[in-house]
Design a protein around this ligand. Structure first.
Ligand SMILES: Cc1cc2nc3c(=O)[nH]c(=O)nc-3n(C[C@H](O)[C@H](O)[C@H](O)COP(=O)(O)OP(=O)(O)OC[C@H]3O[C@@H](n4cnc5c(N)ncnc54)[C@H](O)[C@@H]3O)c2cc1C
Length: 412
């Protein structure tokens, strides 16, 4: 993995506010906030604890005999409905690197057996779905309540709930319906679903390349001062007039505890869902299973398996298993992967892993975020991330855009 790092001076005496805006976190939320602010001429710096940009955009690039092959350990797909993301990629001159995803179907691992999804549907129950949809509002309803009413209880339990769990990598039943599948206009000049050369982390790298990012800087504390904000990392102190937190909600709650206790308490209500992701690369010739976009797990140790068959490689195939937290130990995960792929376990030699976190949103989310936004109004503190309107990449970019517009007004 390339180390992208640029030296930036840590603030010193007589250099009170060298930055207009400090941003904590170089995931897609922080990068998109920085992109807007830098384009408007602000002096921006991003502080990132890891040695690379991306956060949940994490494409493992193999070396040696697998040189050139990559696997997604986090997000895997972007869509032509991600208009704000596409506009940003256009400005970063990265559109020519986009690659369409080949159309292959999803299948389901239902109670230990791989099956086609249509075979699991109860069509008689689905017949009335269009009528049940009429007048049904998402607001105030959970995914289980809203979608269960539409597709019927048996379809929900056997197909839709496992599919929604797979989409948001967590138990989806209590997630707010209004935070899932919100319609957005599609840009017909792009394929419906696509990725980018080298995997989705390339998006983060393309953006980070044009921005000042200080890597390996874990922010330990933030403090509001008379002139703005002071930020402490393991290495020193940074100061700026404005501050944007683009970290997971729990980390934002921790960092705001001292100076913004009400905001911190609101953010602390957002729970975290953990996902244990394990990717494997296998020589094409070793596998008998036909091309597949992925597997949805029903009563399985994993929410989903996401395959690289959507971006085929001449020699290798790859699969990332997104395991439920704590369901299996490391050895159990490898046994599970070997069984599903129909391989002896000793053939799993190219194995990589990452623990991901996502917000476990709940009904009442829009009220919670309303309170957060009211507390932010009039301040030069900005919050962005995947815990506002939804967890999709486009939700993050859209939040950053609207939060940037507010911050710009606050800064006059
Ligand atoms: C397995 C998985 C699959 C997904 N698939 C898709 C998909 O196909 N399509 C889609 O649209 N979305 C998908 N998503 C969701 C989407 O990827 C995420 O919601 C989004 O990337 C989150 O971006 P973010 O910048 O808000 O947060 P993150 O990506 O979590 O970034 C936060 C950053 O802040 C840094 N940080 C945290 N604390 C500190 C600190 N104290 N100091 C300095 N740095 C700090 C972290 O290191 C990290 O880089 C998926 C998510 C997961 C986990």
């Amino acid at each position: 993995m390339p180390l992208i790092s640029r030296p930036f001076p840590i603030t010193g005496e007589g250099n009170e506010h060298p930055y207009d805006l400090l941003i904590i976190g170089a995931g897609i939320s922080g990068l998109s906030m920085a992109h807007s602010a830098a384009a408007a001429g602000l002096k921006v710096l991003i502080l990132e604890q890891e040695r690379q940009a991306g956060g949940c955009l994490h494409s493992h690039r193999f070396s040696g005999e697998l040189d050139g092959f990559w696997l997604e350990l986090g997000a895997h797909s972007v869509f032509n409905s991600y208009g704000n993301l596409l506009a940003m990629l256009e400005a970063a001159r990265a559109l020519d690197r986009l690659r369409p995803r080949v159309k292959v179907g999803f299948r389901m691992l239902a109670d230990g057996v791989v099956r086609g999804i249509p075979s699991q549907l109860h069509f008689s129950e689905l017949l009335l779905a269009p009528f049940r949809l009429l007048g049904l509002k998402k607001a105030g309803r959970s995914v289980a309540d809203y979608f269960g009413r539409i597709v019927g209880p048996r379809n929900y339990a056997t197909v839709f709930e496992p599919a929604f769990n797979a989409v948001i990598c967590q138990p989806a039943g209590e997630f707010p319906a209004e935070c899932l599948f919100n319609p957005r206009p599609r840009r017909k000049d792009f394929p419906r679903s696509f990725t980018i050369a080298g995997g989705l982390q390339t998006i983060a790298e393309a953006l980070a390349n044009d921005l000042p990012v200080q890597y390996g800087q874990t922010v330990q504390a933030t403090q509001q001062t008379d002139e703005g904000f002071s930020i402490a990392t393991d290495d020193g102190e940074y100061r700026a007039r404005s501050l944007c937190l683009a970290t997971p909600a729990a980390e934002a709650a921790r960092l705001l505890q001292h100076d913004f206790p009400e905001l911190s308490a609101a953010l602390a209500q957002i729970q975290t869902a953990w996902v244990e992701s394990v990717g494997v690369a296998i020589p094409k010739a070793s596998l008998k299973i036909s091309p597949v976009a992925g597997l949805i797990g029903r009563n399985a140790a994993f929410y989903s398996v996401v395959s690289r068959d959507t971006v085929p490689d001449p020699a290798w195939r790859g699969f990332t298993f997104h395991f439920r937290p704590g369901a299996l130990d490391e050895s159990g995960k490898l046994d599970c992967i070997a069984r599903i792929l129909g391989l002896p376990r000793q053939e799993l030699t190219n194995v990589v892993s990452k623990t991901n976190q996502l917000p476990a949103l709940r009904v009442g989310q829009s009220d919670l975020i309303g309170a957060v936004d009211r507390a932010l109004a009039g301040t030069r503190l900005a919050l962005t991330g995947n815990y506002f309107t939804g967890v999709a990449i486009e939700d993050c970019v859209t939040r950053s855009r609207t939060e940037w517009e507010r911050l710009r007004r606050e800064c006059g």
